[in-house]
Design a protein around this ligand. Structure first.
Ligand code: NAD
Ligand code: UDP
Length: 311
């Protein structure tokens, strides 16, 4: 059935892919964004579609619109951007969640939250299942994001218990692909931009820390399945690719695929940088019939093509 979806953060990396997918599935989309890290370039190809609408708005302020369901994605996601104005980051997660939950409560509609593997902090348990409660430094430089997202989860579950709101919470693990911001400092975009520009590839620490990288189209499929899952399934559910790589392996792979002459340089590891990260996705498999299909190498090739044509 045709629905009208609100996508906050719709001009960002993930949000723009989600808007595109929802329109392709025959729905209407209201994209709300303050263009802090998102930009019009990401959604310009959707502007001609009469079922796509854009509203410049900061979700730390209340919003009154009429829609059938909400995807709440608004929040800077890269450490460089979320640490640029940490107070605003916490406000976006917490006040933004309160405003969007209030909207969902007034309209009695389902609301989806883009949470993160960062709620697990620097995890002592590996790989991370949803039952793991995390190890976050509440006063560190990543806390504005990690604790903001944890508090948003708390709010979602309290609105669910207290106001019987239908909630859908996903914990996203590192996702990459076309339309990542070239300067947002995340590792995949950084390495590709550096490799294509013949600049040194900057590994923080020894490069032995691990991440598990999910290609954007796989993740968006998980979002849609989660929103359409049975009403009693609230999550939180991990969405990510369980194939784990060290950052050094990623650097070598990017150099190989771009045929770059860039050399690797080692820089200090930022404070509280998690040493390892890999999702357990049994719950997503069971409840959503979902698992990633795109191997790192194939996803990197598509992402490299994007940066080659857009830089
Ligand atoms: P992004 O920075 O590309 O997109 C975030 C979007 O939100 C941008 O368009 C930005 O302008 C907008 N925004 C920020 N603050 C806002 C505010 N106060 N009001 C309105 N709009 C605002 O990041 P992304 O990678 O697309 O991430 C989207 C969501 O997914 C975020 O909530 C992020 O925490 C979550 N997430 C992403 C990843 C990942 O690997 N990409 C991992 C875990 C969680
Ligand atoms: N990283 C790196 N070089 C870079 C950017 C990031 O070595 O140019 C490392 C970073 O220290 C972290 C990992 O890559 O260990 C992933 O960083 P990113 O910022 O992409 O996401 P995170 O998972 O840390 O939020």
């Amino acid at each position: 059935m045709k629905k009208r979806y609100l996508v906050t953060g719709g001009a960002g990396f993930l949000g723009s892919h989600l808007c595109e997918r929802l329109l392709k599935d025959g729905h209407e989309v209201l994209c709300v964004d303050n263009f802090f890290t998102g930009n019009k370039q990401n959604i310009v190809h959707l502007m001609d579609n009469p079922y796509f609408e854009v509203l410049r708005h900061d979700i730390t302020f209340p919003l009154f619109v009429e829609v059938d369901a909400i995807f709440n994605l608004a929040c800077p996601a890269s450490p460089v951007h979320y640490q640029f104005d940490p107070v605003q980051t916490t406000k976006t997660s917490v006040l933004g969640a309160i405003n969007m939950l209030g909207l969902a409560k007034r309209l009695r509609i389902p609301i989806f939250q883009a949470s993160t593997s960062e709620v697990y902090g620097d995890p002592e348990i590996h790989p991370q299942p949803e039952s793991y409660r995390g190890s976050v430094n509440p006063i560190g430089i990543r806390a504005c994001y990690d604790e903001g997202k944890r508090c948003a989860e708390t709010l979602f579950f309290d609105y669910h218990r207290q106001h019987k709101l239908s909630i859908k919470v996903v914990r996203i693990f590192n996702t990459y692909g076309p339309r990542m911001h070239p300067q947002d400092g995340r590792v995949v975009s950084n390495f590709i931009v550096q490799a294509l520009g013949g600049q040194p590839i900057t590994i923080y620490g020894q490069g032995s820390q691990t991440r598990s990288f999910c290609f954007v189209s796989d993740l968006i499929e998980g979002f849609v399945r989660m929103m359409n899952s049975s009403a009693d399934f609230t999550g939180p559910v991990n969405l990510g690719n369980p194939d784990e790589f060290t950052i050094l392996q990623l650097a070598q792979k990017v150099i190989e695929l771009t045929k770059s002459s860039s050399k690797i340089v080692y820089q200090p590891l930022p404070q509280d940088d998690p040493l390892q990260r890999k999702p357990v996705i049994d719950l997503a498999r069971e409840k959503l019939g979902w698992q990633p299909t795109i191997k790192l190498e194939d996803g990197l090739i598509k992402t490299i093509e994007y940066f080659r044509s857009s830089l």
